[in-house]
Design a binder for this molecule. Structure first.
Ligand code: HEC
Ligand code: HEC
Length: 364
């Protein structure tokens, strides 16, 4: 472990040295040296002092989880402006890793207006909260990944706390651990960090291609191989498409009686689940047995147009890689495939809050 990290440090140094040489005197390099190795937070008696100045750090993105798309009760209502300290951003650019002492701030902003002259949408209103995520072996030697997560928000009081204690792992970090793309950070929602990762000395924003990052990530493509085993439903695309069109799954015992509006993106839906899966969901299992599957018919204007399918192909869910995902959006056209394979990130991102990926609530 020790040797490994020394090699890594050496490699990083060598890398930085070479890059310095190539670009001696560039503005970037001068900037870097002013905050090189600086730590942007202070811990006192086990509490994080509310950081300030973060609006001048590196801005990485703004996820939006508004109340009106979350039954009026989003866990983090509205917009989340996320910033990373500049030392850690540079380190991430150079090494592709979050360094010891990384701090990421998430500032919550209300939806101020839903219409502007540019069109309807979500427009930022007022600051309503502040959260922080910190990686530090020095301060959190016993936390998984050495990450600790904090909140300064006091919704009822209306002002921020001056200091905060870390939440227990189960309250916050566990979900980050299980679902975040890189270490404990949700880089899948931060194009700025994805573009920066391992970019080295260059400015990632100089790249002219504007669709590449989405393509590179391929969020609707498989991120893991599908095991070549036999299951109760086929995983071969042609055979699966034919199977779905045969309607054989309609004889499954556990099924919804009729279509209803999806709580997710699936338009109107009607779900059928395998006996194995139904039994496991009812028993409250956090790992469903291999071979479990669910098939969801998707409807629009009363007509069934396609299917979404999930099949467990491993003993372990493994962040969604142990599940096979499939979606076709036109039942007459196999080319309408929207997703195929194991660990499809676009599907997993939503399903990971389910009971081992299963989101349906009717199986009781
Ligand atoms: C059910 C999963 C889940 C739980 C539990 C959770 N978070 Fe997060 N958190 C997310 C997601 C997803 C994002 C990125 C997208 C967003 O902000 O909506 C995020 C982003 C963050 C960020 C920005 C840095 C990053 O890693 O992307 C902070 C800070 C944060 N959460 C704090 C908290 C705090 C504080 C708690 C506990 C009170 C908490 N989170 C609990 C899912 C979760
Ligand atoms: C935006 C969130 C979201 C995304 C993205 C998503 N789903 Fe779902 N899915 C849901 C929700 C919520 C349900 C529960 C039933 C409902 O309301 O539609 C569900 C249900 C299902 C079901 C029925 C079994 C279950 O878990 O309830 C299948 C099968 C399914 N989705 C497959 C997929 C596939 C394949 C993809 C990717 C192509 C996908 N889903 C992407 C939210 C999502």
């Amino acid at each position: 472990m020790k040797i490994k990290s020394t090699i890594l440090t050496l490699a990083a140094l060598l890398f930085m040295f070479t890059s310095c040489n190539n670009n001696a005197g560039s503005a970037d390099m001068a900037d870097n040296s002013s905050y090189k190795n600086k730590i942007f937070f202070t811990m006192e008696n086990g509490e994080l002092i509310r950081p300030t100045g973060y609006r001048s750090w590196v801005y990485v993105g703004t996820p939006v989880t508004p109340n009106d798309l979350n039954n009026g009760k989003a866990a983090f209502p509205e917009m989340h402006n996320v910033y990373i300290d500049p030392t850690s951003y540079d380190h991430y650019k150079n090494t592709g890793k979050f360094k010891e002492g990384t701090i990421i701030m998430k500032e919550l902003v209300s939806v101020g207006s839903k219409a502007a002259v540019s069109g309807n949408g979500y427009f930022m209103g007022e600051f309503i909260g502040l959260e922080a995520s910190v990686k530090s072996k020095e301060h959190f030697p016993d936390e998984p990944g050495n990450w600790a997560i904090f909140s300064f928000t006091q919704p009822k009081v209306g002002t921020l706390k001056e200091r905060a204690k870390a939440f227990p792992y189960d309250a916050c970090a566990s979900c980050h651990d299980a679902n975040a793309e890189d270490d404990f950070v949700f880089t899948q929602y931060y194009p700025v960090l994805r573009a920066a990762k391992n970019a080295g000395k260059g400015n990632p924003e100089d790249v002219s291609v504007r669709t590449a990052s989405e393509k590179k990530i391929g969020i609707w493509e498989a991120s893991a191989p599908t095991p070549q085993k036999k299951f109760d439903i086929p995983t071969d695309e042609k055979k699966l498409f034919a199977y779905l069109n045969s309607g054989k799954y309609k004889s499954l015992k556990v099924q919804e009686k009729e279509q209803h509006k999806s709580a997710g993106p699936h338009e109107y839906v009607r779900t059928f689940v395998s006996d194995k899966l139904a039994k496991s969901v009812k028993s409250g299992n956090s790992e469903h047995p291999i071979g479990s599957y669910a098939i969801k018919e998707q409807y629009k204007d009363g007509k069934q147009f396609g299917w979404a399918v999930m099949l467990k192909t491993g003993d372990k869910s493994n962040g969604g890689k142990g599940w096979f995902w499939y979606e076709a959006t036109d039942r007459t056209d196999i080319a309408s495939k929207a997703a195929l394979g194991n660990g499809v990130k676009g599907c997993v991102s939503c399903h990971s809050i389910g009971q081992d990926m299963v989101r349906a609530t009717f199986i009781k």
